[in-house]
Ligand binder design. Structure first.
Ligand code: GCU
Length: 422
């Protein structure tokens, strides 16, 4: 029998081997050809908005559904029962009103509860609202002690006092540095927060979260081109949006879908699928987000499918180390958001996410925006650090690592102000 130590060594050596294969060297990027954005599968050149919307856009959505993220079942436009858990809590010294809502979904004898936390600037009707998922529960995003804890599964994190896959009081405020809620309120925006594990716990297990509500008799996981976790989270964001649209205080708001990292991948896909999102922001979204997959810098398709086999449709695995065979690349995902403004942000030290590839993913979406006569980034050269671009496709590169900082939020707010003029 192998000793524990020898198994540990084998694992460490395998890990080192896998990591040594990671390429961060620009000069080693092999030449690649991106699938053409403005040419249909049948070879037709797309010259007008009408052709884009009726032919090519539809084709691209289908390709991302079938080959990458997985298709959301048509019946999933499920209406939840709404329970108002808190109607008008006073927050931030009276500057904001806090609401907490539970959306209860039921189907096939199964149920799912999703908690929404909403802060709106006091006395301001229909403010623009940022809608964003968080990683450790709504209570993690601020020090506000009145936020209810979600009972959903969460990965253990000792530093937050999470040891039994259950959110505890220790998680309160732990991610406050990523969510400057008071500044968002002071800027005249609302914020709606959701815990992504409420919609689908982030583990390779399809017996929990939203998926089982749509299984046929005997089914235990989605089919090969059906929804993975990213599609499920995109779906959940749209259900939050349904709620905001049904509430007088936010029915006529503008809605900004924001996400960081895996949740940035989610905001791009969610924004592509649901045109009611007025603006989309993807921070450090990397592989499977905005970064061009064919570059294979940092995280690759194979790496992401190996570490996170549940994020995408099973079909996506056939592109492991076969990026050139993909009928899409990530610039096409951004293009699906046109003509709505989209903002992409990178961080210099976030090399795993391939900051240059993130810029190129944004830049190569430009032809779709240009069909609508919109202004797009002028050059394929990544802008310098802290030199943001606020054209319809916006972008910045900031110093530092994989995170969301105050600087990022200053840009998100300025960009949203510019493009969502009341
Ligand atoms: C991992 C993963 C990335 C992802 C990130 C995150 O690093 O490889 O694809 O973006 O987690 O969500 O923080």
């Amino acid at each position: 029998m192998k000793s524990f130590l020898s198994i540990l060594f084998t694992i460490l050596i395998m890990k080192a081997g896998a990591q040594s294969k990671v390429n961060y060297d620009e000069s080693k990027v092999e030449p690649y050809t991106l699938p053409e954005l403005l040419r249909s599968a049948g070879g037709q050149e797309i010259k007008t908005v009408k052709e884009w919307e009726s032919i090519r856009r539809t084709e691209i959505v289908r390709l991302f559904e079938e080959e990458v993220y997985g298709k959301i079942p048509a019946e999933a436009q499920l209406k939840p029962t709404i329970e108002i858990l808190e109607k008008e809590g006073e927050a931030f010294h009276g500057k904001a009103v806090r609401q907490q809502i539970a959306l209860d979904f039921e189907r096939n004898g199964q149920s799912l509860r999703v908690h929404l936390l909403v802060y709106l600037p006091a006395g301001q009707d229909n403010p623009p609202v940022f809608v964003g998922y968080n990683f450790y529960g709504n209570a993690s995003i601020t020090e506000d002690e009145n936020i209810l804890l979600s009972p959903s599964w969460v990965p253990n994190k000792k530093e937050f006092g999470i040891t039994e896959n259950q959110i505890t009081d220790g998680a309160r405020g732990q991610r406050a540095h990523r969510w400057p809620v008071e500044k968002i309120i002071d800027a005249g925006f609302g914020l709606a927060a959701i815990y992504y594990g409420d919609v689908d716990p982030d583990r390779d297990d399809f017996s929990d979260g939203i998926h089982p509500l749509f299984y046929e008799e005997g089914q235990t996981k989605p089919g090969p081109s059906e929804w993975g976790a990213i599609s499920a989270w995109a779906w959940g964001a749209s259900r939050a949006l349904d709620y905001l649209k049904s509430e007088p205080a936010t029915a006529n708001s503008k809605y900004i879908l924001f996400g960081h990292s895996r949740l940035g991948k989610t905001s791009l896909w969610g924004g592509a699928l649901d045109k009611r999102w007025d603006l989309v922001i993807a921070n450090n979204s990397g592989c499977g987000g905005v970064a061009i997959s064919r570059r294979k810098i940092g995280e690759t398709v194979e790496a992401i499918n190996t570490s996170f086999p549940h994020w995408f449709a099973d079909r996506f695995k056939k592109y492991n180390d076969q990026e050139n065979k993909m009928p899409v690349d990530q610039h096409m995902l951004v293009a699906l958001i046109a003509p709505r403004p989209v903002y992409i942000s990178s961080a210099v030290e976030d090399r795993w996410a391939d900051p240059v590839g993130e810029y190129l993913g944004a830049y190569y979406a430009s032809p779709a925006y240009q069909l609508y006569g919109l202004e797009t980034p002028a050059s394929d050269q990544q802008p310098s650090v802290s030199k943001p671009i606020h054209t319809s496709i916006g972008y910045h590169l900031r110093p530092g690592g994989h995170d969301v900082t105050d600087y990022d939020w200053e840009q998100f707010i300025a960009f949203s102000r510019k493009h969502l003029k009341p």
